[in-house]
Every structure is written in C-alpha cells, then in structure tokens.
Write a protein that binds this ligand. Structure first.
Ligand code: SAM
Length: 433
C-alpha cells in the first residue's frame, strides 16, 4: 500500500478548514471504506475527490485581489517589528577621529550602519535627498583586497540577509526627504526578493525603475546557462512624482553622431537633412502656397511658414539637391541628447585597477547624482566602500554622508580624500556602555 495515496480524517479536516465530524459524516453518507492505520482512519484520495472539490477554498484571482497583491509582503522567520526598528533607541555617539581637512557638512562615519543610521535619525530625519547603496548581495562569501586581506564579509544569506537589509531600509526611508529617492544596487539572484522588501518598505506606488546595469564584458563560462553580465538597480521615490528628477540626457556619442549625422559641412560640422514638407494638404494657408517657384508635393504642406523657410535659406540651412529639391539642414551640435532608458552600460574595472573590491563605476554614480539630486542636496551612502558615491556627490557640489564598518574602507576613503584635498569630517560610532 502506498501511504501517500491515503489521507487521514485529520489531514482533510485541517487542510480544508472543516470539522473532523463533517469529514466523518461524509465518509458515512458515501459508505466509503476507511482503513485504520496507526490509530487514525485513512481513506484514499480518489474516494475523497468530490468532497475535496466541494469544500475547496481555492479561488481564481478576481480584479480586486490582483490590486491587493501589489503590496504583498515577504514572510520569513525572525522578521522584526517595523515600529521597534524605527523607534527603539541605541545609546551611542559619533567621535571625531581625523582632523586633517574637517568639513562642516560632509562626513564619513566608521561603524555598523544600523546604529549609525539610528543615530542620524536624531539629526537628519527627512533631510536626505538621495541615497545610493550597494550593499553586500547575500552571496555567503568574503571579499578580499588585491593583497588577499579580508575587506568585508558577505556571509549573511537568505532570510537573515533580507532582514539585515530590511532593517536598514526602514531607517533609510525615515531619513529621506519628501523629494528624496533611493537607488539600491543588487544582483539578480537575490534582487527579486529585495524588490518585494522594497515594495513593502517604500510602497509599490513609489517604485520607479528596475535598471539593468551591464557590469562586464559577455562571459563565456562552461555552466549550462546564459552568460550573466548584468545586475540591477532598484529605484524608488519617497513620494512618487515629488522626487528630484533633472532629466539629464545621454549625450550624442561619436558612433551615434556618425550614424545620425553622416554629412559634413565646413562651417556647421556634422549634419543630416530632413524634408521640409509633411503629410496633409493646406487648402488656403501660407504652408500650402508656392515657395521659391515650388509647390509642396501632392497631398503635403510645408513644415514651416514661407517666411521661416526664407530665413533658413538665408542662413544656409536649406540644402538644394542637383535636381532642385530643398531639404532642411539639421546640425549635430544642436542635438539635445537622448532620453536615458533603463538599460545602462557602466562596466566595473577589475580588482587590479581599483582600490576596493566591488568598487562601482563612477560614471554610473555621476548619472544618478545628476539626475536625482540638486546642489543643495545631501547624498547618503551607508555601504560606502571606496567612497565612489561620495566622490561623485562632491564632484557636483552636493553635501554627503558616507558610512562603512570596514577598516579597509575608511583607510581608502581617508587616503583618497586627503590626496584630492576633499574636506570631510571622519567619525567613528561609539556605543555607550
Ligand atoms: C559592495 S561594497 C560597496 C562598494 C562601493 N559601492 C564602492 O563603489 O566602492 C559593500 C560595503 O558595505 C560595507 N558594509 C557591509 N555591512 C555593513 C554594515 N553593517 N555597516 C556598514 N557598512 C557595511 C562593506 O564593508 C563594504 O564596504
């Protein structure tokens, strides 16, 4: 006898949320053959089929149900209470540890970011405009420097990792200003769980983009899988549509310039031409009339009034073909740039070219800082590593706060900043006894 084909009365009652008596009555009414094994009555699944179907609570999603799922939560053991995370008090203080180039606004704090963020809530609640974080990814590994010393550990995995991150995200949300936003850099193994945690913390309605970041050249590994050359950046606002958004465009690069503006003019540089007419006939107006001996082609009208066409021609911005066909000259130097899309290529350099493992490409941080902060903004990175975010924030005149608990991190940041003479007050977090 295969026991897995049998169900006990208790199992059926528990799973269908009916009483044991209801199940017994059904067995008696149907005269089913219940067999006693190990003190409990069992019956075959086949005999129970009708009963299970008529008592099943499974439903197809309704429209209202689909709406509810947007704010679904991730359940796991050891999930702490949100109120307690935000409001419990840890007693400690920041102690200045380096006086070389102090700054009244920019600081780096050495310590566990959970306690440091809690402390910052006292002074910076609702005042941070931009957060970029690149936390450990829950890989279970340690990361070493080029000389093989451990720089930081990424040993928390699964739900413990998610809870580590969630607690910090709750505090970060409290630090964000009304116009603030957060970018979280993560890999694609754990990133989808982190997305749910972020929906829970920041609200699904405040999710803006899941940016795919191409991180390296295509890989040719032997594993039976597609090469993995991207990670993800989850971007949320504190309040959607209130966030700072500078709409910085992607400039025209040489490759695209050659493709889109293939012609060259000795005075104007690279250019292309566009027709000066468009579909649709003008019955009586100026754009349907003769210009320089030409009528618009059949069923079309001039794109511009004739006075404007004259002006363009006077400036040499109309190109006449050998057969007398006019086209408007469009200059590469007037191109306004492209709307940035959600796939970004910012490859990281290998460890031998940088001074910190997992150091992120600074151009990527430039884009985030320029798009999502203003000069008056404070930018925060509480997994600061080599200080890439802080350097980018500093480059564009923002104020910033960096936090990290690795001694390698504070050493690298101190050295880099001193070399570049960047003002920064260095503190360590000291808990009270
Ligand atoms: C992926 S690295 C960040 C690299 C950084 N984005 C860069 O470009 O250099 C993650 C950093 O988080 C720091 N970290 C991990 N747990 C931390 C904690 N509880 N408090 C503060 N920093 C932590 C590590 O020391 C490490 O420097």
């Amino acid at each position: 006898m295969n026991e897995s084909n049998f169900l006990t009365l208790e199992e059926v009652a528990r799973n269908l949320k009916v009483t044991r008596q209801t199940v017994s009555k059904y067995i008696q009414s149907q005269k089913l053959n219940a067999i006693k094994i190990n003190k409990s009555y069992r019956i075959t699944i086949n005999d129970f089929e009708d009963f299970i179907n008529s008592n099943s609570t499974i439903e197809e999603p309704q429209i209202s149900y689909v709406n509810k799922t947007k704010n679904c939560n991730l359940e796991y053991l050891g999930k702490s209470n949100e109120f307690e995370v935000i409001n419990s008090i840890k007693h400690g203080d920041f102690r200045m540890i380096d006086f070389k180039y102090p700054s009244s606004k920019n600081m780096f704090i050495f310590g566990d970011n959970y306690f440091v963020l809690k402390k910052l809530l006292g002074s910076h609640k609702s005042s941070i405009d931009l957060i970029y974080i690149d936390p450990p990814f829950g890989t279970g590994q340690a990361f070493n420097s080029i000389d093989d010393n451990e720089v930081y550990s990424d040993r928390l995995v699964n739900s413990e990792y998610l809870e580590f991150l969630r607690k910090r995200l709750l505090l970060l949300r409290e630090l964000l200003s009304e116009q603030g936003s957060i970018y979280l850099h993560i890999d694609k193994k754990i990133g989808h769980y982190v997305k749910i945690i972020m929906d829970e913390v920041f609200g699904y309605k405040n999710f803006i983009n899941d940016i795919t970041r191409i991180k390296c050249n295509p890989k040719n590994f032997a594993r039976s899988a597609y090469g993995n050359y991207s990670d993800m950046i989850l971007y949320y606002a504190k309040y959607r549509d209130k966030q700072i958004w500078n709409d910085v465009k992607e400039p025209l690069n040489e490759f695209k310039k050659k493709k889109l503006f293939p012609k060259y003019h000795p005075d104007f540089g690279s250019y292309t031409t566009n027709p000066i007419h468009a579909p649709g006939k003008t019955i009586n107006g100026d754009t349907g009339s003769e210009w320089k001996g030409l009528m618009p082609p059949k069923g079309r009208h001039w794109r511009y009034r004739r006075e404007v066409l004259d002006e363009l021609d006077d400036k040499g911005l109309i190109e006449w073909s050998k057969t007398g066909n006019p086209r408007k000259i469009v200059l590469a130097k007037d191109h306004k740039g492209f709307k940035v899309q959600d796939v970004w290529e910012f490859k990281d350099k290998g460890l031998s070219y940088v001074n910190y493992p997992t150091q992120k490409n600074r151009d990527l941080l430039d884009r985030i800082i320029l798009n999502s902060s203003n000069e008056s903004s404070i930018v925060l990175d509480c997994f600061a590593g080599s200080g890439s975010t802080l350097l980018a924030a500093n480059k564009y005149g923002r104020n910033w706060i960096g936090i990290d608990n690795s001694t390698h991190s504070i050493n690298v940041v101190q050295n880099t900043f001193k070399e570049k003479r960047i003002g920064c007050s260095f503190y360590e977090y000291v808990p009270y006894d």
